[in-house]
Design a protein around this ligand. Sequence first.
Ligand code: NAI
Ligand code: MG
Length: 336
Amino acid sequence: MAYAATLIPGDGIGPEVTAATVSVLEATGVAFDWDEQQAGVGAYEATGDALPEATVASIERTRLALKGPLTTPVGTGFRSINVRLRQHFDCYANVRPCETLPNTHGPFEGVDLLLYRENTEGLYAGIEYFDERNQIADSINRITRTGSERIIRYAFEDAKRRGRKRLTLVHKANILKESSGMFLRIGREIAADYPDVEFDDRIIDNMAMQLVIRPDEYDAIVTTNMFGDILSDLMSGLVGGLGVTGSANIGEDCALFEAVHGSAPDIAGQGIANPTALVRSGEMMLRYLGEDAAAEAIRQALHDVYSDPSTLTSDLGGDASTSAFGDRVADRVRAV
Ligand code: NAI
Ligand code: MG
């Protein structure tokens, strides 16, 4: 039986990396019944709506989506469609693994970190005010007990399932006494239920420094929305950049899989983007569906293909096109 899934190619490099990812997923032999839908600036230009009803209706039905990046124009009232989708489908857990692949020239070897980012509240809750007369702007950092409990519990459960030994909670409780303070308190409470996972905490700025000096001392990290957004890009930089890190947005009965990177307007349309990040999101989608053997085949194929530096895309010093690289990974998936 094929898995029904919504496919959103998205903006910029989105259609290029999505096509390559679909070919890799299909090479695993797992069947998908893709329902292709639009979202983002392209959808806005075509339909007058950046998040068309049909796209939301499709995900309501499939509860599963693979999506390319969506452009969010800066300095307009345009609210991020990514944030809207995550909030609408209540995909509260954003999981972002960072694993070193061969020949990626990151500053370290063997990085293997997992980040769990709260995905629906905090500074990205969308509670913002602008007092025009006095020129005062407020963005509210809304943290709730319910929201904190579910992401921290998800992080412990998932870390335990993946055999991780340690979970570090990242916060700024020294300054943000209420919001970050409650998040830390709840982390300490929940840690008592997971004696097998060592629990500790770090202040965000110190954590940023620690990660670029000794990432091997960390294993899994759980944090609030904006800290997680920033730390996950930092962590991408530890393993070769935004071209290689995938992510999953997971809720109770719905999941959206996308790359950490954006629409990369500087290289869009040239056929040179690295599709690895979205391929890794596809790998996470297979694991979410319980298709572990297929997911493992992709992981193995990526390690094999990356072992030959001449077959990589230009962000990693090679000259392969997006589609040629995707074909190589798909061929390797069929072979492993
Ligand atoms: P970006 O991630 O699009 O690009 C940052 C840099 O990384 C650029 O130099 C780009 O060429 C490079 N890069 C990114 N992905 C790459 C890939 N797969 N292969 C090779 N190089 C890659 O970030 P930026 O420029 O800040 O944002 C561009 C747009 O993307 C904005 O409108 C932003 O709102 C949107 N965005 C969307 C996201 C999503 O849909 N989940 C996430 C992040 C940003
Ligand atoms: Mg981001």
